[in-house]
Design a protein around this ligand. Structure first.
Ligand SMILES: Nc1ncnc2[nH]cnc12
Length: 185
């Protein structure tokens, strides 16, 4: 079973995927979808009225979108919060988080070099989907630890209860589904 979303003139059919006993999500995979990435960045740019220094995204599905939004807003650099510590990082700053799509707690990691870049700066925190908001909240805390101010929280899709939030900018909402494919409240 599929659920169709529209972003501007573009439509995508998202397959329902079981993630829990009585929960299915409509699987949204932005990676590889250049057309949708460009259109979403165009629409998000129009909604970003506050001044900011950098786009920050979380590995990995937000990366092409961060690239495109950075280009479109005439910035020359963006920062990726990674999901693991890499040997090439200097003094990584680390936190942990549970996400709707992963069973184990995940690490969120900011390379020390990126932490220095972001210190005292204003950023747009960008993701492909905001769902429980757990990753977003953990990323905000991580950024606050390095004295970086999040001035906007932005996604293509707000899933489930996230669609009722008034502290995020998003382009379309996405329901959660029960085991039979019915939309959950
Ligand atoms: N519906 C969804 N599709 C892909 N990734 C997600 N992460 C959270 N919700 C998601």
């Amino acid at each position: 079973m599929d659920y169709q979303i529209s972003i501007g003139k573009l439509k995508r059919n998202l397959p329902l995927v079981k993630i829990g006993e009585n929960t299915q999500i409509a699987s949204f995979v932005l990676l590889g979808d250049t057309e949708l990435t460009i259109e979403a960045a165009r629409q998000l740019k129009d909604q970003l009225t506050l001044d900011f220094d950098f786009v920050v995204t979380l590995e990995s599905k937000g990366i092409p979108l961060a690239h495109e939004l950075t280009r479109k807003t005439n910035r020359d650099h963006y920062v990726v919060i990674r999901k693991s510590i890499k040997s090439y990082m200097t003094e990584p700053v680390v936190t942990t988080v549970e996400s709707i799509t992963t069973s184990e707690p995940q690490q969120l990691v900011l390379d020390g070099m990126d932490a220095a870049t972001l210190s005292g700066k204003r950023v747009v925190l960008l993701d492909d989907v905001i769902s429980t908001g757990g990753s977003l909240k953990a990323a905000e805390e991580l950024l606050a630890r390095v004295s970086c101010q999040v001035v906007a929280k932005v996604a293509i899709l707000a899933e489930g209860a996230a669609a009722h939030r008034n502290d995020i900018i998003y382009l379309s909402s996405l329901p959660l589904f029960d085991a039979r494919g019915q939309i959950k409240d």
